[in-house]
Each structure stands twice: as C-alpha cells, then as structure tokens.
Design a protein. Structure first.
Length: 136
C-alpha cells in the first residue's frame, strides 16, 4: 500500500496566447479515508464470520441434543449382561459429546464477540480427555 494516496480535484490549464503551456492541479490527500474504508471492510467480514459461526453453533447444538439424549436412553435400556461391554463405550461417547458441546459454546462466544470464559483446570484431566478423544 502506498504511503499516501492523492486524488486530483481541480485541474486548470495555463494559457499563453490561447495555447496551453501548462496546468495547475490541486490534490487532496485521501490516505485516511482509504484506511477507514479498509477497516470498515474488515469489520464487515468479521461480522459475517460471526453470523456464520452462530448459525453453525446453533445447528450443531441441536444435533448434539439429540445425540446426548439417545446416549442417555441407551444407558437406561442396558441390560445387566451388557453393562460391562457397552457402558464404557456409551460413557466415552457421552464425554466426546460434552467436549463437542463445549466447542459449540466457544463458537457462540466468538460469534457474539465476547471474551471466552477461562477457568482453571487440571492439566492431567485435560491431557487425559485429549488423548481419549484422539484415540476414539
């Protein structure tokens, strides 16, 4: 981007015996206007991105609600002989769904332009969850 931007505003010919021998031109520096226009475009792009993220997060939350509800139903309908094999899988799926729900929350926070809520957490728990999710 150039250091400054100028716009020709007025142009007047210099005449000598009715022949043009030069001109006088007045310029106006529009650098600040161009910078402001660029900033407005950036803000509009961010607003559009926020609207998109909000829509995705809401749709994602709706899907997660159905998934998490079905996980809870499946846990309720488990028979005693299935508990040992199936319950850990359902619990793992439930944990992954909770992590996805948290991600959706962060998307909504971003889309509204807010600052994320930060909470202290155990590094051990975070690493275990990350590894568990990566392996599943």
């Amino acid at each position: 981007m150039p250091i400054s931007t100028a716009e020709a505003r007025n142009f007047s010919p210099l005449l000598k015996k009715e022949a043009i021998v030069g001109s006088v031109t007045a310029f106006r520096d529009i650098t600040e206007e161009k910078k402001m226009e660029e900033e407005i475009r950036k803000v509009q792009k961010l607003e559009s991105l926020g609207i998109l993220a909000r829509g995705i997060a809401h749709d994602f939350n709706n899907l997660l609600t159905g998934i998490m509800g079905n996980i809870q139903l499946a846990k309720m309908f488990l028979e005693a002989n299935q508990m040992e094999k199936v319950l850990p899988v359902l619990d793992s799926t439930d944990e992954a769904s909770e992590a996805a729900k948290e991600l959706s929350f962060w998307l909504l926070t971003f889309s509204k332009g807010g600052e994320p809520v930060r909470e202290p957490a155990s590094i051990e728990v975070v690493v275990k969850k990350s590894v568990s999710l990566a392996l599943s």
